[in-house]
Design a protein around this ligand. Structure first.
Ligand code: NAI
Ligand code: MG
Length: 355
């Protein structure tokens, strides 16, 4: 049976139901809590739109499963996952498994195997949410994070374990192909936004090889995008600019590690880690993309029913856009903003609402 593709617009007019096949992985801690809240949202969207449907398959891939069976993803799991239109993911991280094992065992296993090299992280202060910045209302950024190589390429090792001469290496890997495709993605994204601004973030004063390659490839590509205004910041300096002149930024492109850090700052400046969404995209659609709130498993509040589900709901907006469901995506974003504007807030935003 062929699966209707989002780009097949004729399905809409002929009244055929568009059913998107989604893999749902709650994971650990608050992951399953916010993901199940997200599933309720998908069901509501589908109920209100007879032509829109979701076929959900849930996977119990989690640290609990890893402790029970020795693995996060069972044999053949990735091959099965590949057939879906998209993946909705909660978070992974448990007190019983070291963080580097859980991250690589589940989230990075999917992100890297499915070549989801473009990690898109929008940041904006939603209505009714307070930014710690007085100029917070000006935050309207998209951070584009290189998601497949760089500092998280997994190259390194340990030697002389336990001895005084013990050594650990962590080699960042930057390939021309990898750098070029993330820059191109960022330019294309910046071009679609009203401000059409793109800021290159590196640290090419201190890091003379990979970061200089980043700068060079960026400037080569910039010539092909004369409509996009570009500038360049060192990663340390850009943190100050995010705080002091948020209005001067639009799209930022940065490496795996740098953008990871910058996007947590962006989320905090936008009010809470609990509201921030992200998409891990394989833009060529050779593999399904993975959508998740940026927060982790938040073990400190897990099981209390107070996790903020807004990050997951906003994540669903990105998922729907990726599937070509632009009307449903816009309706969901409006609904989210109505809720935050009415100050229906969970405790992380100073309210008393439950998930
Ligand atoms: P975290 O994001 O889980 O929590 C940081 C703080 O923000 C906590 O105080 C938490 O209560 C709060 N918070 C996060 N999400 C929230 C939400 N939706 N509603 C209300 N409050 C929220 O980061 P942390 O504590 O550094 O990591 C906890 C575990 O999660 C670790 O095992 C870590 O490795 C893992 N992790 C996993 C990620 C993923 O799966 N993508 C991303 C980040 C961390
Ligand atoms: Mg992070």
């Amino acid at each position: 049976m062929s699966i209707p593709k989002a780009s097949d617009k004729t399905l809409d007019r002929s009244g055929v139901r568009r059913e998107h096949r989604l893999a749902v992985i709650g994971g650990d801690g608050i992951g399953p809590e916010v993901v199940e809240a997200g599933v309720e949202v998908l069901e509501a969207l589908s109920r209100a739109r007879p032509a829109l449907g979701f076929a959900l398959t849930r996977y119990d891939w989690s640290s609990e499963r890893r402790l029970r069976t020795g693995r996060y993803i069972p044999e053949g799991g990735l091959a099965e996952l590949k057939s879906f239109d998209a993946i909705l993911f909660g978070a992974v991280g448990s007190r019983e498994v070291p963080d580097h094992e859980s991250l690589w065992g589940l989230r990075l296993a999917i992100v890297q195997s499915f070549d989801q090299y473009a990690n898109v992280r929008p940041a904006r202060v939603l209505p009714g949410v307070e930014s710690p910045l007085s100029a917070g209302a000006a935050i309207d950024w998209v951070i584009v994070r290189e998601n497949a190589e760089g500092e998280y390429a997994g190259h390194g090792g340990r030697a002389h374990r336990g001895l005084p001469i013990e050594v650990g290496t962590e080699t960042a890997v930057f390939t021309r192909a990898g750098v070029e495709r993330i820059h191109r993605f960022a330019f294309e994204l910046a071009r679609q936004r009203p401000k059409k601004r793109l800021t290159l973030v590196t640290k090419s004063n201190a890091l003379r090889f990979g970061m200089v390659l980043w700068d060079e490839v960026f400037h080569e590509l910039a010539a092909q995008y004369p409509d996009v205004r570009t500038d360049r910041e060192l990663v340390d300096a850009v943190t100050a600019r995010m705080v002091k002149r948020p209005e001067s930024l639009d799209v930022l492109v940065a490496t795996n590690l740098h953008a990871d850090i910058l996007s947590d700052l962006a989320a905090a400046l936008s009010g809470s880690l609990g509201v921030a969404p992200t998409a891990n995209l394989n833009p060529e659609r050779a593999f399904p993309s993975l959508f998740e709130p940026i927060h982790g498993s938040a073990l400190d509040i897990a099981g209390q029913g107070i996790a903020n589900p807004i990050g997951t709901f906003w994540t669903l907006v990105l998922l729907l856009e990726h599937l070509g469901e632009t009307e449903a995506a816009a309706a969901l974003m409006r609904a989210i903003e109505r809720v935050t504007e009415a100050r229906v807030h969970t405790p992380d935003l100073g309210g008393t609402a439950t998930t």
